[in-house]
Design a protein around this ligand. Structure first.
Ligand code: ADE
Length: 356
C-alpha cells in the first residue's frame, strides 16, 4: 500500500495529463467523483471553514476580484480537493487540478500558469512536494501575477516578465510543516481540515447511500460512521463494502447489525482500525516494549513505506490517543494497550508519566 496522493488515483490521472480539468474529474466515472458535493449546502462538516469561505467568496464577488490564494492542510481523505471544487463552482469559475509530483520540470508549471484564464483556480495537491525551481516560478506568479523567465546564458541572460491573468492558487498538503516559509507566506488564507464527528460522518454516509440508491437505516449509517476514522473518504468506501455484504448475505438493507457484522468480517474494528493499524501497534508493543521506536524502523518491519505510515496510519492513531509521538520515536499509549487487550507493563506505565 503506497500512498502517492491525497486523492487516490488522482496522481495517476495527472501523470498522464499534468492538467486535469474539473470537467475531466466530474465526467470521469470514478466512485469518488460521482458522490462529490458541488456546493456548500451538500458539503457536510468543516463548519468553521465553510462559514469563513462563504464570507471570503461573497466579498470577492462584490469586489469583482479573484479570491486570495488558499492553503488547506490536514490528513488525507478529509475533503481538501472537494472543498476546492465547491469553491470553484460557487464562484462560477474553472478549476485546473494538478499535483506537485506532476510538476517536475519548469515547463510543467509554466505551461499550466500560461494556460490559466482570469479568475480561474489552480489546485496543486501535495504542494509540499514542489521542487525549488517550481516554487521560485510560483512566487512572482502568486504575488504579482507575472512569470519571470530567464533566457540565454549567464552573461547574455535576459529576464522576461510575462503578465499572467489574476488567478487563485489553492494548495493542499498533508504536511504543512514541510512547506517552505516563503511559499507558506504567500497564501492569504491557511486552514487546517479537521477530522469529522460521528454525526457528520453519519450524514455523509446517508447522503452517499441516497445517491447510490442504497437502503440504510439511521443506526446503520451511525455504525459505519463510528468505524470510519473521522474520514469521509473512508466512510464512503465502507458504505459500498457494507452494501455488497448486505446484498449478498442479507436482504440488501443496511441496519446496524448488518453494518457491524460486515465490518467485523472486513476486520475493521470498533475504532475503525484495520489490520495495518493493529499490526503497527502490536509491533511496537511486542518488539519494542511499547516504544519509543523510529518511524523508519516501523515502516521497514511492516513492509510499508514511511509516507503511508506517517500520512495514512498515524494521524488517526494519534488523534484517537492510541499512539504518542515523542522526540525519540513512537510509543503506544496505555489506551493503545487496552484497545489491543494487552497488559500495560508497570515500567511502561511509569515511562508514560515521564516527559521525553
Ligand atoms: N463526501 C466526501 N466528503 C464529503 C463531505 N464533506 N460532505 C458530503 N459528502 C462528502
Amino acid at each position: 500500500m503506497a500512498i502517492i496522493s491525497d486523492d487516490e488515483g488522482l496522481e495517476k490521472r495527472i501523470k498522464k495529463n499534468p492538467i486535469v480539468k474539473s470537467e475531466t474529474i466530474e465526467y470521469d466515472n470514478t466512485f469518488e467523483s460521482s458522490i462529490r458535493p458541488k456546493d456548500f449546502d451538500s458539503y457536510i462538516g468543516q463548519t468553521s471553514l465553510k462559514e469563513t469561505l462563504k464570507i471570503i467568496l461573497e466579498a470577492a464577488k462584490k469586489r469583482n476580484k479573484p479570491l486570495d490564494h488558499m492553503l488547506f492542510y490536514g490528513p488525507p481523505g478529509l475533503g481538501k480537493t472537494t472543498i476546492a471544487g465547491v469553491i470553484a463552482s460557487q464562484m462560477g469559475v474553472e478549476i485546473k487540478i494538478t499535483s506537485a509530483p506532476a510538476l517536475e520540470r519548469p515547463r510543467d508549471i509554466i505551461g499550466i500558469l500560461m494556460s490559466l484564464k482570469g479568475g480561474e483556480i489552480l489546485f496543486i495537491d501535495e504542494i509540499h512536494r514542489l521542487n525549488k525551481v517550481a516554487e521560485e516560478i510560483l512566487y512572482p506568479a502568486m504575488e504579482d501575477f507575472t512569470l519571470d523567465m530567464t533566457t540565454g546564458k549567464t552573461q547574455t541572460a535576459k529576464t522576461l516578465r510575462i503578465p499572467l491573468p489574476k488567478f487563485t492558487l489553492i494548495g493542499a498538503t498533508t504536511k504543512a510543516g514541510e512547506l517552505s516559509s516563503p511559499l507558506r507566506d504567500r497564501f492569504g488564507m491557511i486552514h487546517r481540515l479537521e477530522f469529522y464527528t460521528i454525526d457528520e460522518l453519519a450524514q455523509v454516509v446517508q447522503r452517499t447511500a441516497k445517491i447510490l440508491e442504497i437502503d440504510i437505516t439511521e443506526e446503520g449509517a451511525k455504525a459505519i460512521a463510528k468505524r470510519s476514522r473521522g474520514t469521509p473518504r473512508i466512510a464512503n468506501r465502507l458504505v459500498k463494502r457494507v452494501s455488497d455484504f448486505a446484498i449478498v448475505k442479507y436482504d440488501g438493507k443496511i441496519n446496524s447489525e448488518v453494518a457491524n457484522e460486515s465490518l467485523d468480517i472486513l476486520k475493521i474494528d470498533e475504532f475503525g482500525l484495520d489490520n495495518t493499524d493493529r499490526a503497527l501497534l502490536n509491533l511496537i508493543i511486542e518488539k519494542y516494549d511499547g516504544g519509543p521506536v523510529g518511524v523508519e524502523t516501523i515502516a521497514a518491519a511492516l513492509s510499508e513505506d514511511v509516507r503511508t505510515i506517517e500520512d495514512v496510519c498515524e494521524p488517526y492513531l494519534l488523534q484517537a490517543g492510541l499512539l504518542q509521538r515523542t522526540p525519540r520515536g513512537r510509543k503506544v499509549s496505555p489506551e493503545g494497550y487496552r484497545h489491543l487487550g494487552k497488559n500495560i507493563p508497570s515500567l511502561q506505565t511509569r515511562l508514560f508519566d515521564t516527559e521525553d
